[in-house]
Design a protein around this ligand. Structure first.
Ligand SMILES: *Cc1c(COP(=O)(O)O)cnc(C)c1O
Length: 367
């Protein structure tokens, strides 16, 4: 594959947003990365960084009709000293290839994508905000671009990376949320696409989210799609519980997304000699543990929030309050440590962060 990245710099740099009004995912930087796929042109080709702009697609492009698409999400953080750090970015491209495989999308060269990502972030380096809790959200994604209404894997694709400066997730401190246990709708089933990061999983989740919000819940707790007994995820996050001194999280069973944050939290807990186990967790077990006073903490994990404590679970007509509606001790320690590592404030014993702007992106050339 052609690994020469063409860079076309914008002539009109946008004004940087006010750091207090960043929010999530509405503001985009000056540049974006694109490459295209066509088997006849040698697969993935023409990698380029160009000014951020709309793209033109034929209405018959397959992505609009059958949802053959995958995406990723990660962040770049600015340290006190002004260095730009990425958190385990190789895991995202590794996972993207797993999603690609499930969606019949051709695989990408993971190390090249990492280089492309670092080059793009370096070009838009000034866009990484520095206020506490803020970061640059990175969205790599692939869409199917063959113009054809037949149902089959597309022959053409477009890979893109766009960047969005985002505000602090917890502006007013970490407030545990109320979560509704979802008994009717399911997010995914074993054999489906739950382990892939693909748009269809999200469109399938919207209805339950709407119902939960009407009940005063901020997210839903998803149960397994077959027996509706076992816990899978919370909203679009992985989920952990502390039950009687032990941390448990649902085991990866094919319908659960293998989160980078989840994986990092398991490693951190092991590093601290705190018992952590991946296994099936039923709603029945949670209710019993709550009844016995042994449901000590609950939290979701994902790139956006890092750790999101659950204060209450709404189950049928019952409200299970967890840790008096306060963030638990381990949840807080995990949040502080992970965000500390990500922003270069805390030692990184696992070598998880990698810096932007120090590797050789000399292969690329600017125009
Ligand atoms: C992305 C995602 C997560 C979290 O993954 P991270 O890599 O930790 O950000 C969890 N569940 C679902 C359904 C997701 O799409």
């Amino acid at each position: 594959m052609d690994t020469q990245i063409t860079i076309i710099h914008t002539r009109t740099k946008k004004q940087k947003p006010d750091p207090d009004s960043l929010g999530f995912g509405r503001i985009f930087t000056d540049h974006m990365f694109i490459m295209d796929y066509d088997e006849e042109l040698g697969g993935w080709h023409d990698p380029r960084i160009i000014p951020y702009q709309p793209i033109t697609l034929d209405p018959s492009c397959m992505t609009f009709h059958y949802g053959q698409t995958v995406f990723e999400g990660l962040k770049a953080y600015r340290t006190k000293e002004g260095r730009i750090l990425l958190f385990r970015p190789e895991k995202n491209f590794e996972r993207m290839n797993k999603s690609n495989d499930r969606l019949c999308i051709p695989s990408i060269d993971e190390s090249f994508m990492l280089e492309a990502l670092k080059t793009l972030v370096e070009v838009d380096r000034d866009w990484v905000p520095d206020a506490e809790g803020t970061s640059l959200y990175i969205r790599p994604f692939i869409i199917s671009t063959e113009t054809y209404l037949g149902v089959s894997p597309s022959k053409h694709y477009r890979f893109m990376i766009i960047l969005s400066p985002v505000g602090a997730y917890y502006k007013d401190g970490i407030n545990p949320v109320r979560i509704g246990v979802e008994k009717e709708f399911v997010r995914s089933v074993k054999g489906g696409t739950g382990m892939a990061k693909t748009g269809g999983n999200y469109s399938a989740s919207l209805k339950a989210q709407e119902v939960a919000e009407a009940l005063g819940c901020s997210q839903v707790l998803w149960l397994d799609g077959i027996e509706k007994k076992y816990i899978e995820e919370v909203g679009s996050m992985n989920v952990f519980f502390k039950i009687n001194g032990e941390i448990v999280t649902p085991e990866l069973n094919g319908s659960i997304l293998d989160g980078v944050t989840r994986n990092s939290i398991i490693q951190l807990l092991k590093h601290w000699d705190i018992p952590v186990i991946e296994r099936r967790v039923s709603m029945e077990e949670l209710i019993q543990a709550h009844h016995d006073g042994k449901l000590e903490e609950a939290f979701g994990t994902g790139t956006a929030a890092v750790v999101s404590p659950v204060g209450e679970l709404l189950w049928e007509d019952n409200v299970l309050e967890i840790n008096g509606g306060q963030i638990g001790e381990i949840s807080q320690k995990l949040y502080d440590t992970l965000t500390g590592i990500q922003t270069g404030k805390v030692e990184d014993p696992f070598n998880w962060v990698s810096e932007v702007g120090t590797s050789s992106s000399s292969k690329s050339h600017a125009i």
